[in-house]
Ligand binder design. Sequence first.
Ligand SMILES: Nc1nc2c(ncn2[C@@H]2O[C@H](COP(=O)(O)OP(=O)(O)OP(=O)(O)O)[C@@H](O)[C@H]2O)c(=O)[nH]1
Ligand SMILES: [Mg+2]
Length: 370
Amino acid sequence: MFESFNFDQSRTAIIVSLQLPSISNQDCKLSCEELTLLAKTLGVTISEVFVQKRRSAEPGYYIGKGKLEQIKEFVIANKIETVFFDNELTGIQARNLEKYLGIPIFGRTEIILNIFQKRARTNEAKLQVQLASLEYMLPRLKNRWDHFSRVQGGIGLRGGEGEKQLELDRRMIKEQIKRIKIKLNKVDVQMKNRRKRRKEHNLISLVGYTNAGKTSLLNKLTRQKQLAQNMLFSTIDSNIKKVYIDPGLTILLNDTVGFINKLPHGLVASFRSTLDEIKSSKLILHVIDASSPYIQTQIQSVNQVLEEIEVHDIPIARVFNKMDKIDHEHLDIQTNINEEDLLVSAHTGAGLESLKDKIKEHFLILSEIN
Ligand SMILES: Nc1nc2c(ncn2[C@@H]2O[C@H](COP(=O)(O)OP(=O)(O)OP(=O)(O)O)[C@@H](O)[C@H]2O)c(=O)[nH]1
Ligand SMILES: [Mg+2]
């Protein structure tokens, strides 16, 4: 899907976002800021963000004509090479926009899929991302065909020739999807067995919004050095490590892929088996970036994913991280902190003893029940 555009060279882009009446200014701003960070992850610099408020999307071009003209002027004047839409476009809209603006257009899902493709390390994660990309691409093939043949440097196929090629491509993608699903099923069986064995262990999962500090916490608790970066989606593969809590208690700590608002649906589905790991845990630590100005929205989107993957029966403890950047009172105003919540800093180590105590207490209660 992405062969047509090489993100690896540094590029300049703009973001365009359509703000429908149901979206608050705050959420729209968060989403655009996130997309700017996602772009940065790909080495793309965002020169400008265009937001249009509209009642509904324009069927042909997604945004209104006036805004579109303004964008075109900007694109030409500033030699912009690509446009990132913060929304999902239909194939027709993407094609029309590309024709009108003369540069490639990418939607939020394509950008996230691209980052996942680059980051996936394990065989399973690679297969999952491939599957999500192919499933995303399949229904969009027809309308994107013009674009792909053009950008890939082809002369552009004419009429029947294009249709024939399209049919071949479609069949090829379906075949690929089938093959990947078979491979994933095999991996899934292995994972299920491994999970069964883990069930007998004390597995705890770190979940949370991307960039909350999950990997940093794991590193601090295990004194390991996994990649923790100020970047969205630095962790794609689950990563399980042993943590020694006290002489009688060693736990397995599972670092997971970060969640994000508007996480592409197909991606959640193909990461189901990774997320299933969370289901085998005896405790979930919901890691929250206490210093984020969007703390409420981030907490809500994580809760939503947790609901989607149905983990109702597992206790969840909220861990407010990055407390070194912010004071308690300020946090209290932002969100309702209660006594059960843990306030920590993966950087300074503050609060980690209370976190360990909480874990100890949890397993003590569990052992009393059993
Ligand atoms: N000031 C401060 N920064 C932190 C703390 N914990 C993590 N960070 C920073 O936050 C950024 C993200 O940290 P990660 O540990 O990679 O976050 P993550 O939740 O694993 O992110 P993903 O893997 O992308 O989901 C890094 O730049 C960390 O250095 C903290 O306690 N205090
Ligand atoms: Mg991480």
